[in-house]
Design a protein around this ligand. Structure first.
Ligand code: PHE
Length: 507
């Protein structure tokens, strides 16, 4: 609730001021009393004032009455016409004569006689010659003035009247006659000051036309010096708008993509289905490594095998595994089996994509990234999903080192606005040294966010890569979960419409 008049618009102040005199009034009355141009000006200002707690607006149904037709106001009532005829005839007439004098049809005659008696203006007596109507002293008196019902008809002829402006008994009589008055139901709004509104009013209002937006005209003419610029009321009510927007995860993918592009990386892409050769063997992952187990990798039934690269590359990779080849390593010392390498898998990480790309682009410097989906037969829980995305990147460059690796990953997280990161040593068969970034969740837990390291010669040399390669694969969902303060990674895939609609737009 505003404590001062500064946050009120010109029209709001004007409504308050007008209400100060009227105390309570309908919008129409306010419009007239405050000399507003349009009723909507009053209505808009009043609803804002209501939202701010400065006025109340009540609605009630009111009945109002008007003539059923313009003729109803002009024509005399039948009993009046009959009375005039009677007086002209010296106070006495037979019924047929009265009907002729008043030009009444049968219906009107019955009405005229009925009301003459009801109003006590005349008596009807039966004689052997037929019914005779004679004026009473009240009738003679009534001849000189209008009755309450006729006065009301005259008022109605000038315009509609609300029920509370009419004597209910007279109204009842008029309503009992057909085709005289019509009733209408409408809603009457009553605007009244609240105590808070009265306080603001008592503190004093200065009415100066205010401006919500500067215009060229205002600036050019210098008139901006005289006008009041309306203050923003940042707490003012505004209707909730929920425009269409990207899904939280999609929005982050877009942001991350822009960050790597702005850091000079090339975006690359690759297949979900890979040979075990690219998913494992080329990465110097021994064929008996537990990660290659059915329990950790999805193997495809169709196709169950894929074509391998050229024999020379295969030979070099096989040698690296068996004895180190020319890499300076002793290798894993087992018999490498190409059958195992041919097996088709759903990629369990995005590293095969970057590695293949490096083999095709062996000339330094190179920087590439992929934000891609990966698959692992993990049981789903608060931090595991069988399908998840990795933000994978490589930097191939002469002299690239660990400090640069950590610095690059940190720079990326920082650009995302995420700083609760630390690095601890890790192990991967394909990198040495290896580091694992960890992020702190909103409840203080540290969670592994991915892996990184410098590719071993056993990986690079067989593929013809001579320069050091910094590599990382970071979990996307875990990162988003940490930044967004989610306690369960599944929230990202629930299609929880309320959460998605209410979520702020991510830019
Ligand atoms: N591929 C690793 C994983 O899936 C991450 C990683 C990528 C580690 C590149 C080192 C280098 O966890």
């Amino acid at each position: 609730m505003p404590g001062s008049a500064d946050e009120l618009s010109y029209l709001e102040k004007k409504v308050l001021q007008t209400l100060g005199k009227l105390k309570k009034a309908s919008p129409e009355e306010l419009k007239a009393a405050g000399k507003f141009r349009e009723l909507v000006e009053v209505m808009n200002a009043a609803s804002w004032l209501q939202a701010k707690g400065l006025v109340t607006m009540k609605e009630r149904v009111v009945h109002s009455f008007r003539l059923a037709s313009p003729a109803a106001g002009r024509k005399a009532l039948p009993e009046r016409k009959a009375l005039r005829a009677l007086i002209k005839a010296h106070g006495k007439m037979s019924v047929p004569k009265l009907q002729a004098a008043g030009k009444f049809d049968d219906g009107e005659l019955a009405v005229a006689l009925g009301w003459l008696r009801r109003k006590g203006w005349a008596d009807v007596a039966k004689t052997p010659e037929g019914s005779v109507v004679s004026v009473t002293p009240e009738g003679r008196e009534a001849a000189g003035s209008k009755g309450a019902d006729e006065l009301l008809l005259a008022r109605l002829a000038k315009g509609e009247l609300p029920e509370d402006a009419i004597d209910p008994r007279v109204l009842r009589d008029l309503k009992s006659r057909r085709e005289l008055v019509k009733e209408r139901e409408s809603v009457r709004r009553e605007i009244a000051l609240t105590p808070a509104g009265e306080r603001i009013l008592a503190a004093g209002l200065t009415l100066k036309e205010d401006v919500a937006q500067p215009t060229t005209e205002l600036l050019r003419s210098g008139r901006w010096r005289q006008v009041d610029f309306r203050r923003y009321d940042t707490k003012a009510f505004a209707p909730l708008v929920r425009p269409g927007k990207r899904h939280v995860l999609g929005a982050y993918i877009e942001r991350i993509r822009r960050i790597f592009l702005s850091m000079g990386f090339t975006e690359i892409d690759g297949d979900f289905v890979q040979s075990a050769f690219w998913n494992f063997d080329a990465l110097f992952q021994p064929q008996d490594h537990p990660a290659r187990d059915q329990l950790d990798t999805f193997y495809l039934a169709k196709p169950s095998t894929l074509r391998l690269p050229d024999e020379s590359t295969l030979g070099k990779v096989a040698e690296a595994h068996e004895n180190g080849g020319g890499t300076g390593s002793t290798g894993w010392r087992y018999k490498w089996d190409r059958k195992e390498a041919e097996r088709a898998v759903l990629r369990s990480h995005t590293t095969p994509v970057t590695l293949k790309w490096l083999m095709e682009h062996p000339k330094p410097p190179q920087k590439a990234f992929i934000i891609g989906r990966n698959f692992r037969p993990d049981a789903t829980d608060w931090k595991h999903l069988p399908e998840f995305h990795q933000i994978e990147g490589v930097v191939m460059e002469e002299g690239a080192n660990l400090a640069q690796l950590i610095g690059t990953i940190e720079a990326f997280y920082q650009r995302l606005g995420f700083t609760r990161v630390k690095f601890r040593p890790g192990y991967f068969p394909y990198t040495e040294p290896s580091m694992e970034p960890e992020g702190q969740t909103s409840d203080g837990r540290w969670m592994e966010l991915g892996g990184s390291g410098i590719f071993r010669p056993e990986v690079t040399v067989p593929l013809g890569i001579d320069s050091p390669v910094l590599a990382w694969g970071l979990g996307l969902e875990r990162l988003v979960m940490t930044i967004e303060g989610l306690s369960d990674i599944r929230q990202l895939y629930l299609s929880d419409l309320d959460w998605l609609r209410d979520h702020r737009a991510i830019l």
